[in-house]
Structure formats: C-alpha cells, structure tokens
Design a protein around this ligand. Structure first.
Ligand code: TYD
Length: 137
C-alpha cells in the first residue's frame, strides 16, 4: 500500500563548504541499484509520471528544488512533498505515481532497481485498477 512507501533519511556529511549525500547499494538504498536517471528542465505547470510499475523499486530524491509526488495504491492516495536532497521517497512496486508542482530548476534524481523495461509499466489508470484487483484475489 502507499503506507509501505517510506521517506528515508539519507546520509548527510555536513561541512561549512557544503554537504555530501552518498548513496550506496543495499546500505542507504534498500535495493540493488541497476539504473540512475534524473529529470530536469521540467517546464512550469508540467507533470511527469502518470504510471505504475509491476516490479520496479525506486528511490526518488529532490536533488535540487522541490516537487510533489502523488502516490496511489488503487485504494489510498498520499501526497509527499520532496524538497531536501537528504530525503528519499522509496516507491515500492504496484504504486501509481504522478510528479507535479516542480519548482523552477528542480532536479528529480531517481535510483531504480531494474534496467529500463517498457513491459514493466502500467500506463493506463483503469488498467492499473484492474491489475490491483487481480492481485488482491
Ligand atoms: P517515462 O518513464 O514515461 O517518464 P516520466 O515518468 O518521467 O514521465 O519515460 C519517458 C520516456 O523516456 C519513455 O519514452 C521511455 C524513456 N525512458 C528510457 O528510455 N529510459 C529510462 O530509464 C526512462 C526512465 C525513460
């Protein structure tokens, strides 16, 4: 459920000259990282996501700026604002997500447990609801 998607406090090494957040496989990140990507230059008012994944785990970080993540398990919905580079939202498989309200210049860093695979996506919301109903039987 959406309540199994947790906010993780990532390591933060503070220094007067700036901070570092290191992310290590299976340590600060609760899955094997196979892929990293980042989303940037999102025009004002645009949204991203609008899909679910069947197997993929993701850790989403606002590496710069802020945005809101809407998560939905087909039953409950939650909105999480990410605005700190030391916070990560762990999205488990089977969760519909939308990313909205990107601040200007924001960077959405995503660590993912699998290589890119279009077959892992559910891109239609009514297909997602059908998929969730099948799973709960
Ligand atoms: P998509 O995951 O739908 O973007 P978002 O959820 O951010 O709106 O991906 C958009 C396009 O980019 C789609 O054609 C697939 C491609 N893509 C890759 O080729 N590799 C990747 O790792 C990702 C995340 C996307």
């Amino acid at each position: 459920t959406v309540y199994d998607c947790s906010i993780l406090y990532l390591p933060k090494i503070e220094n007067r000259a700036g901070n570092i957040t290191p992310l290590e496989n299976m340590k600060s990140v609760p899955f094997e990282i196979k892929r990293i990507y980042y989303l940037y230059d999102v025009p004002g008012g645009e949204s991203r996501g609008g899909h679910a994944h069947k197997q993929l785990h993701q850790l989403i970080v606002a590496a710069s700026g802020s945005f809101d993540v809407l998560i939905d398990d087909g039953h409950n919905k939650k909105v999480i604002t990410l605005s700190r580079p030391y916070l990560g939202l762990h999205i488990i498989p089977g969760i519909w997500r939308e990313l909205i309200n990107f601040s200007s210049g924001s960077i959405c860093l995503v660590l993912a447990s699998e290589y890119y695979d279009e077959n892992d996506y559910i891109r239609n919301y009514s297909d997602f609801i059908i998929y969730k109903k099948k799973g709960s039987k």
